[in-house]
Design a protein around this ligand. Structure first.
Ligand SMILES: Nc1nc2c(c(=O)[nH]1)N[C@H]1C(S)=C(S)[C@@H](COP(=O)(O)O)O[C@H]1N2
Ligand SMILES: [Mo]
Length: 552
């Protein structure tokens, strides 16, 4: 065993770590052999273990807190917990349930906390003896957490940040605490009053501070997460009603067999998420109300049962973010189930002069939607279902708006609680006061999904594939060109509807060399997608998606 490089050898003895126990206790704890240099034994194992445990617990708590903000459906602890439960033999599971009864979940978390503290303790002891040996234990545990999160069916990309936060915090604290621990151990002669030894006092302060921070973080994370889990349970208990007006089945020819092409329907965990909410708002379905206010003849208030009890419409609708750059992936296509907004507005009877619906979410965020878009023939929905499930918490549970043909920031209010009839000249929405346009119709666009930019390809036949969209107008053609050559028509997948994106494929015989591929769409009204580049601010990017490849 090598010496910790951070440990100054100042002839410390284990004795000065005396905690009032017989000196023999310490000798038993010192596992290094008698031939080891003194500093290895100088930081008694109990203190090193306490340091490691505190670091691991603070890391775990920080990971849970990060998850509470970033990924309410999956946290590192719950992911590891479910992974462990999955591999437990049923007998053990049954036994645990029999022993702990309904408290089995709480008991399981207590057990996990103890295991983490023990592993952290081990890491602390190892780290004192050999720098980075303990870090390796923490790293392995963080890696296991990451794998568990990845394996969890509900994990979105953001969920991966939580185990990373946990690992980084635990590693950093381990380094800090172990260094103080070793310094405390290596300080010279014992002062008359041990607590006045500055190095020792510093270590104890850091240790206590870390433990307190861990406890505080755990309390905050647990309270946020338990609220989220309460909402998650209500969500799970809710059975989506059958649609009165179901979506047409997707035509078989809508999906093109091209490797690397975006799926036609985006699975919920892969659906992009954009909102200003730091922590995903938690809405109690039982208390949820939607109020229609402002310039109406009749204010209307609706609860969730009433909404879910309406004749519901089911539609595929492609939702796109105004911040989606050309070629970007802030766009997704889902099957939404909801009540057409126009039916609710008809009950409220908007007054003459109203031209905007300011929708507001439970966290105060607002969107300004032109009234005529919510009352015309299109299927603007108060959605409660997404791809056959209740809305995921991060996508607006229990109710959100989805409006074909408009960017999300002017239409797709999640956790919606109010629709206020008003006028564009009287009120502004959240993003309008921050430099974005008050109106945001989607702009026709198209994207090359495969090959990827920078790809190296074999000469010969290459399938170029991607998606094109012009919601509520529809796509009539997609064209490709290579190296500024002539535009060539691509083969189109059958449309689901004018409100969804459409896949395309272009079979390219690739000659050797470096090539630039470009795509453009033509909508059902005959308009050709502009090649003029515009930034996303103030009302959405334009330009042709361009991909460079090397054929060799
Ligand atoms: N409450 C609330 N709803 C919101 C937002 C928000 O910040 N808060 N962002 C909007 C924006 S900008 C977009 S693009 C869509 C994204 O919806 P998604 O996260 O379900 O993909 O939600 C919209 N609804
Ligand atoms: Mo957006």
């Amino acid at each position: 065993m090598t010496r910790n490089p951070g440990a100054p050898n100042r002839g410390a003895t284990p004795d000065r770590w005396s905690t009032g126990r017989p000196a023999g206790t310490h000798r038993e704890q010192a596992e290094s052999g008698p031939d080891q240099p003194a500093p290895d034994q100088s930081a008694p194992n109990w203190w090193a273990a306490a340091a490691g445990a505190a670091a691991a617990l603070l890391g775990t708590a920080a990971g849970e807190l990060a998850a509470a903000f970033l990924s309410p459906s999956v946290s590192p602890l719950t992911a590891v917990g479910s992974a462990v439960i999955d591999v437990l033999p049923p007998m053990v599971k049954d036994a645990a349930i029999a022993v702990f009864g309904t408290a089995d979940k709480a008991a399981f978390f207590v057990a996990m906390t103890l295991v983490i503290a023990a592993l952290g303790g081990l890491a602390g002891v190892l780290e004192v003896r050999r720098r980075y040996a303990g870090s390796a234990v923490i790293l392995a545990f963080a890696a296991a957490g990451t794998v568990a999160v990845l394996a969890s069916p509900q994990a979105e990309q953001l969920a991966l940040a939580a185990p990373v936060v946990a690992g980084v915090v635990a590693l950093a604290m381990l380094q800090v605490l172990v260094r103080r621990c070793v310094q405390a151990a290596a300080a010279p002669a014992r002062p008359a009053v041990p607590a006045q030894d500055p190095a020792r006092r510093t270590f104890l302060l850091w240790l206590g501070g870390t433990a307190a921070a861990a406890a505080l973080t755990a309390v905050v994370a647990t309270s946020i997460r338990s609220a989220q889990q309460g909402a998650a349970r209500l969500r799970q208990a809710f059975k989506l009603p059958a649609p009165a007006d179901p979506a047409e089945p997707i035509p078989a020819g809508a999906t093109l067999p091209v490797a690397g092409l975006t799926p036609l329907v985006t699975p919920n965990p892969d659906f992009y998420r954009i909102d200003t909410a730091l922590a995903v708002p938690v809405v109690n379905v039982d208390q949820w109300r939607l109020r229609v206010t402002g310039m109406v003849e009749q204010e209307v208030e609706l609860d969730f049962d009433e909404l879910a009890g309406q004749e519901l419409t089911e539609r595929y609708i492609t939702l796109c973010c105004v911040s989606n750059p050309v070629g970007g992936d802030l766009i997704g296509n889902a099957k939404w189930l909801g009540w057409p907004v126009r039916n609710l507005l008809a009950r409220a009877r908007p007054q003459a002069g109203a031209d905007m619906v300011l929708s507001r979410s439970v966290d105060g965020w607002t969107a300004s939607t032109p009234l005529e878009v919510l009352t015309d023939e299109r299927d603007a929905l108060l959605a409660i279902g997404m791809n056959g499930e209740p809305l995921p918490l991060e996508h607006g549970f229990p109710v959100r708006l989805v409006v074909p043909g408009l960017f999300g920031y002017v239409s797709a209010t999640k956790w919606v609680t109010e629709l206020k009839l008003t006028r564009f000249e009287d009120e502004t929405a959240y993003w309008t006061t921050r430099g974005w346009s008050a109106r945001g119709p989607v702009k026709m666009s198209s994207r090359i999904d495969t090959p990827r930019n920078g790809a190296r390809l074999d000469p010969g036949q290459v399938d170029i594939g991607g998606v094109a969209w012009s919601q509520h107008t529809g796509i009539s053609a997609v064209q490709l060109r290579v190296d500024d050559g002539a535009w060539q028509d691509a083969e189109l997948g059958d449309p689901i509807s004018a409100d969804t994106w459409r896949q395309y494929r272009y079979r390219w015989t690739a000659p050797a060399g470096r090539h630039r591929l470009q795509v453009r769409a033509i909508d059902a009204a005959g308009m050709v997608q502009t090649g003029e580049s515009a930034p996303v601010v103030p009302d959405g990017a334009t330009g042709w998606h361009t991909v460079s490849v090397t054929v060799a």
